[in-house]
Every structure is written in structure tokens, then in C-alpha cells.
Write a protein that binds this ligand. Structure first.
Ligand code: FES
Length: 82
């Protein structure tokens, strides 16, 4: 089971947390990983970025995730752990 925490702190919220959450939900459903990938919201990781959203996958924190980079991020960093 993999925990994916999307930052919904102020900076990440402004930079698109909600769209990243929607994309994560859709990707989990498309890959039928509902029992293996658990999406949660989290507060500021103190890694605010001028672009994109901070996302923690288990213990690893990634910054600057945007709708444009999300699909690659999901395939490379989330799916292999599920
Ligand atoms: S608001 Fe997301 S890391 Fe600060």
C-alpha cells in the first residue's frame, strides 16, 4: 500500500492542488489501484515551489508537480510502488 499525500497548503493550493488531486484520483481508477494507492491531503511541507504542487509518496517528497508533468510522475514514482 502506498500513501500519496498532496499538499493543500496555501502555496500549493494556488499552484493547482485540486487539479492534481483530480488527476491522481482518475489515474488510480484507470489503473484499478483503489486498494493499493491511498490519496490524502496534507499541509505545507515547507517545500513550496514557484511552480506546481508538492507531493509525498510514502517517505519521498517531490516538488513542482504540474498537470503537464503529472502523468509521467504517476507512471515513474507512484505506480511502481503499488
Ligand atoms: S504549501 Fe505546499 S509545500 Fe508549502
Amino acid at each position: 500500500m502506498t500513501m500519496v499525500t498532496i499538499c493543500v497548503g496555501s502555496s500549493c493550493h494556488i499552484h493547482g492542488s485540486e487539479e492534481i488531486i483530480d488527476r491522481l484520483d482518475a489515474a488510480i481508477r484507470a489503473n484499478k489501484k483503489e486498494d493499493e494507492i491511498i490519496p490524502v491531503g496534507g499541509f505545507c511541507f515547507e517545500k513550496c515551489n514557484r511552480h506546481g504542487v508538492t507531493v509525498q509518496v510514502d517517505d519521498d517528497v517531490y516538488t513542482g508537480i504540474t498537470p503537464e508533468t503529472f502523468d509521467t510522475f504517476f507512471k515513474e514514482k507512484i505506480l511502481p510502488r503499488a
